[in-house]
Design a protein around this ligand. Sequence first.
Ligand SMILES: [Zn+2]
Length: 388
Amino acid sequence: MPEKLNELFYRDPYCREFDAEVIQCVKGKKYWEIVLEDTAFYPEGGGQPADHGTLNDTEVVDVHRRNGVIIHYCIGALEVGSTVHGVIDWNRRFDHMQQHSGEHIVSGIIHQRYGYENVGFHMGEVIQIDFDGELNNEDLHWIEREANTRIWRNIPIEITYPTEEELKNMWYRSKKELEGTIRIVTVDDSDVCACCGTHVRRTGEIGIIHLISVEKHKDGSRIEMLAGQRAWQWLRTTADQNTEISHLFSAKPLETAEAVKKYMNQSAETSRKLSRLRKEYIAMKADLLEKTDTQILVENDLDADAARMLANNLLENNKADTVAVLSETTETTCRYLVMSKSLDLKSIGSEIRRRLTVKGGGSAVMQQGMIENKTEEVKVVLEELLRR
Ligand SMILES: [Zn+2]
């Protein structure tokens, strides 16, 4: 095995604890920067985040390779020359191994079937992979099924370091031109790829792959996916959501979408009916009112649009010169609308705002908003200001 790819995390990706000598410890900008003679801590690279864990009692919060040297960013200092005990945050690392190995299978399968290249990879809360060709939902389902089939076959994932001569005669996926020693990851019949990450030994350890979505991205597609424990957690959460929806709609768990569609259609029909009835109500209401200079109405069931329709109707039909519509929204708040053909509502609006707790305003012909006072109090003030 070549010297520079010979770190402990490469020799034994399953190493969770180890002892190593501290060969450098300097105070950096934020953390102590510690170099060990050998390490099981994976430094961020190849789309895989850095390992976390501890060195003796101090926390390792980040790990990077700088000019070929692996730096552990630590909360505390460690004595140069001493031997320290390292513990890897194994949940975090194994999760990365599951996601990363899963990504190989998905990218490998897509290359085999569609000939597309993986042109971008990001490991955040979900794994994003960009391809240079179009994929749709149907493709997504096929790829997911195929990826899981290969997990269930529990095929081996092997690391090799071919010579330059061997590399010339073999095909492998690679995101960029590589120099020096090339580390090749082979997922049996599913992928061959130059990669510096850590991987599980066999695909069975990935457990499950779930492809969340596919969408157009630049000239190709972006797939969001999860593998292993994270995929299970995602599916568990969405299943819980579905169970809740199934209870709310009294629908069987596999028929929730139909139930929601039916409900939405009914709701749209109810809205259409309500809108027709509202128009009729406003016309009848306006008809019944006696002609007067100022109308101050309390209409709790009218929303802002309907209140304006009512006021317009009264003004247009010369049933009033000034109309105020109040709608109580809670015991201590109400919505207000004032429209007038004869009064200057700018100055009246200022007076309303001075005497009541108002969120709103308007023009010389219309004032509207919310008032944080009891409807009765508002009515008394408007009576005084509008009936002059
Ligand atoms: Zn890899």
